[in-house]
Design a protein around this ligand. Structure first.
Ligand code: ADE
Ligand code: ZN
Length: 342
C-alpha cells in the first residue's frame, strides 16, 4: 500500500531518536573516494557508481567485507569529524533530535589510528551538531565479535582514558558462531565502569543469542532481535521487561534477513507490545536514512498513525537519556502528532 500524505506528513514532522546507527556505515561513496584520494588509499572500485553497484549483498558477511574495506579511508581526526557531520546533517533533515552512535574502534586501531583521533573527531562532530542543529548525541563503543575476547579487553583498556566520552558498549560484526557468551567477562568489566550495555543479537543468529545477550551480558536493548519470534517465551519476556528492539528494516531487506519488507515481523511484534524502534543501521549501504526506513516500513506493513507514533515514543523511552529530557521529547512527539497537517 502506498503511503498516504497524512502518514507521510506525520513521519516528516515526528521528532526522532536513532538508537542503532554505525557511524562507519554512513560513509557515502563520494566521501569514500575523496578520503581515499587524500590518503593515497587504493579502492577496489573505479568510480562512485561502481561502489554503489557493488552494494548487492547476499548476507551479513558479504556486507561486512565491503564495510571494513571502506573503513580504510578513515585515518585522521578530521576524517571522523567529517563523517559525523555528514551524518548529523542528514539526520537533522529527517528531524532526528537525539542519536546514539555506534563506533567500531578495532577497525581503526588495528591500522594504528589512535583512539584519540577516533573519539576526538566524533566528539568534535557531536559538539558541532549540538551547536548547529540543537541535536544531542552519545557514543556507544562496539566490540567486533569475530575478534577475540583478548582484543575486546585491549580495546576497552585503550578507551578507558576517554571514559567520559562514551555511554555504553555494544557487540557487532558477524553473528554466526560468535555468541555473546564469548564476551561475558569483558561486558562485566565494562559494566563495572558504569557503562550501559547493548548487543546485536537475533539478526542472523538464533534466539538463544538474544537470551545470552540479556542473561550473560545484561544488555538493556537488543539490536535487531528479528529472530526473537522463534522463542515465544522470549517474546513474552521482552514485553514484560520492556526490552527495546532497535530494528532496521531496510538493513534486513538488503542483507536478506527478510525477502520482502511486507514479511518483516516489526508490525507483528509492535502489535504484541514489544518495544520496537525503527533505525537505519548502515544507511550509506542500505539505501535509506531513518526517515526512509519509517516511510518504506509504514507503507509495506500498513502501520497506522498510532503505530508510527508508538515507534517514535519507544525510541525516546529506550534512549540513554535523563528522565526529564525524555518527558520533554515525548511532549514534542505528541505535539507533532497533534499539529494540523501541512
Ligand atoms: N556492523 C555494522 N552493521 C552491522 C550489522 N547490521 N550487524 C552486525 N554488525 C554490523
Ligand atoms: Zn547494526
Amino acid at each position: 500500500m502506498p503511503l498516504d500524505s497524512a502518514r507521510e506528513d506525520l513521519i516528516r514532522r515526528l521528532p526522532k531518536v536513532e538508537l542503532h546507527l554505525h557511524i562507519e556505515g554512513t560513509l557515502e561513496p563520494e566521501m569514500m573516494f575523496s578520503l581515499a584520494r587524500k590518503h593515497g588509499v587504493t579502492l577496489p572500485y573505479s568510480s562512485v557508481d561502481a561502489v554503489r553497484a557493488a552494494y548487492n549483498f547476499s548476507d551479513l558477511q558479504s556486507f561486512l567485507d565491503l564495510y571494513y574495506a571502506g573503513c580504510d579511508v578513515l585515518c585522521e581526526r578530521s576524517d571522523f569529524y567529517a563523517l559525523a557531520m555528514a551524518y548529523f546533517t542528514r539526520a537533522h533533515a529527517d528531524n532526528v533530535v537525539h542519536a546514539e552512535l555506534f563506533f567500531d574502534p578495532q577497525t581503526h586501531t588495528q591500522r594504528n589510528v589512535p583512539m584519540e583521533a577516533i573519539i576526538g573527531g566524533l566528539r568534535d562532530g557531536m559538539n558541532d551538531a549540538h551547536k548547529r542543529f540543537g541535536m544531542s548525541s552519545e557514543l556507544i563503543l562496539c566490540f567486533l565479535r569475530h575478534l577475540s575476547e583478548e582484543s575486546a579487553f585491549e580495546t576497552l583498556e585503550m578507551a578507558l582514558p576517554f571514559r567520559s566520552e562514551f555511554v555504553g558498549v555494544g557487540l557487532d560484526s558477524g553473528e554466526r558462531d560468535n555468541p555473546p557468551s564469548k564476551f561475558e567477562r569483558v561486558f562485566a568489566a565494562a559494566r563495572g565502569h558504569g557503562l550501559h550495555v547493548v548487543a546485536h543479537a537475533g539478526e542472523e543468529g538464533p534466539p538463544a543469542y538474544i537470551r545470552e545477550a540479556l542473561d550473560l551480558l545484561h544488555a538493556e536493548r537488543i539490536d535487531h532481535g528479528v529472530r526473537c519470534e522463534e522463542d515465544p517465551a522470549l517474546v513474552e519476556y521482552l514485553v514484560a521487561k520492556r526490552i527495546a528492539l532497535t530494528m532496521c528494516p531496510l538493513s534486513n531487506l538488503k542483507l536478506r534477513v527478510v525477502k520482502d519488507l511486507r514479511e518483516h515481523n516489526l508490525a507483528r511484534l509492535l502489535r504484541r507490545d514489544v518495544a520496537v524502534t525503527i533505525n537505519s543501521d548502515d544507511p550509506a549501504y542500505f539505501g535509506g536514512y531513518i526517515g526512509e526506513n519509517f516511510r518504506q516500513t509504514a507503507a509495506a506493513l500498513d502501520l497506522t498513525r498510532g503505530e508510527i507514533m508508538r515507534l517514535a515514543e519507544n525510541a525516546v523511552n529506550a534512549a540513554f537519556l535523563p528522565e526529564d529530557t525524555k518527558v520533554a521529547m515525548l511532549g514534542a512527539v505528541h505535539a507533532a502528532a497533534a499539529a494540523p497537517h501541512g
